[in-house]
Design a protein around this ligand. Structure first.
Ligand SMILES: Nc1ncnc2c1ncn2[C@@H]1O[C@H](COP(=O)(O)OP(=O)(O)OP(=O)(O)O)[C@@H](O)[C@H]1O
Ligand SMILES: [Mg+2]
Length: 321
């Protein structure tokens, strides 16, 4: 049995339009996606803002009714067996706000342990184990309102492990964290899969994170899966085609769309007025690209060849950064 099986899953939201326009419009957030996640796999949904990642996670965690298609988690249908699924999974939602700020870390976990009917005899041990696991044991009696953002996120993950879930859903687990906290969270997630044999489905819009962390990645864009493979497999899509990074000044961004090469802006330094463009450009074409950039009024600061990354896969598939 697969941990997660998704078939042609869809979701449309009614779009709120101000009166007096009564006609209902629909936003197709998820447009018929299919994929499977194996047990013990760390699976990533990678996509830009509004791609449909959160909507997908909400449907799979039984928080949102799909508009069409089917999905099963641990063999249970998300529509019919929501209760059974909820016992055996857990979720760290996007920008998790379900911790109680006036309670300590310990009290928070105790509260959620009771909600999940963790046996009283195991409660103490489980909470202590989790707090130690996320490195918050020393701070267990501090109120959450005194926690840093990174500490709150670690506690949110500990909270999501309170029912010892078989499948853990993480929506943008490192969003807004500082570099060190993000590193801790990423290493922690990998360990959950490697050492505790959990199945994890996470969403991210950081290509580097997906590449470093995930066993397999589905790239999702405008509600559709446009590629699904291992990080290596995805990179093979752009193998043999070197990536080029061109740093320019005075770049007229509006002209980019008309370029015959798929280049995307990957860095922008507004203070210095510089922009770094990246894309696959054949060696023979490189002088032409440079010429075009110069003609469009840009000043070339540097041209560098790079190893292809997942970013190039995304640019190649979508023509966007
Ligand atoms: N409650 C809602 N009502 C109406 N439209 C919604 C609602 N929630 C999401 N949408 C729309 O559905 C689409 C997908 O949104 P979703 O939140 O799933 O994207 P996402 O991939 O999680 O994006 P992000 O990276 O910004 O979190 C977007 O176009 C969004 O505007
Ligand atoms: Mg989201």
């Amino acid at each position: 049995m697969k941990a997660i099986e998704v078939r042609e899953l869809r979701k449309s939201y009614p779009k709120k339009i101000p009166l007096p326009f009564r006609k209902v419009q629909w936003v197709e957030a998820v447009r018929g996606i299919s994929f499977e996640v194996r047990r013990g796999e760390l699976f990533g949904l990678l996509g830009p803002n509004g791609a449909g990642k959160t909507t997908t996670i909400k449907m799979l965690t039984t928080l949102l009714e799909p508009s069409g298609g089917t999905a099963a988690v641990l063999g249970h249908d998300i529509r019919r067996d929501a209760r059974e699924i909820r016992k055996r999974i857990n979720l760290v939602a996007e920008g998790e706000r379900t911790l109680y700020w006036r309670l300590s870390a310990y009290e928070n976990l105790k509260y959620f342990a009771r909600i999940y009917y963790v046996p009283k005899s195991e409660e103490k041990e489980r909470i202590e184990g989790l707090l130690k696991l996320v490195g918050l044991w020393e701070r267990r009696d501090d109120l959450i309102m005194n926690y840093s953002r990174g500490m709150k996120q670690r506690l949110a993950i500990a909270k999501a492990l309170i029912n010892d879930p078989e499948v853990l859903f993480l929506d943008e687990p490192t969003l807004g964290l500082d570099v060190q906290s993000a590193l801790f969270v990423r290493e922690f997630i990998r360990k959950l899969v490697d050492e505790q044999k959990k199945t994890v489905l996470l969403t991210t819009h950081y290509l580097g994170e997906a590449e470093e962390l995930c066993d397999r990645i589905a790239i999702i864009d405008h509600g559709r899966i446009i590629a699904l493979d291992t990080p290596e497999g995805l990179k093979r899509l752009v193998k043999g085609e070197d990536a080029v990074e061109i740093k320019v000044r005075d770049f007229p961004a509006e002209k980019l769309e008309k370029f015959p090469w798929k280049l995307a802006v990957v860095k922008e330094n507004t203070e210095r007025g510089t922009v770094t463009l990246r894309g696959q450009v054949d060696e023979d074409d490189l002088p032409k690209v440079v010429e075009l950039l110069v003609k469009s009024g840009s000043r070339i600061l540097s041209v560098e060849q790079k190893e292809p990354t997942l970013e190039d896969v995304f640019i190649k598939l979508t023509g966007r950064d």
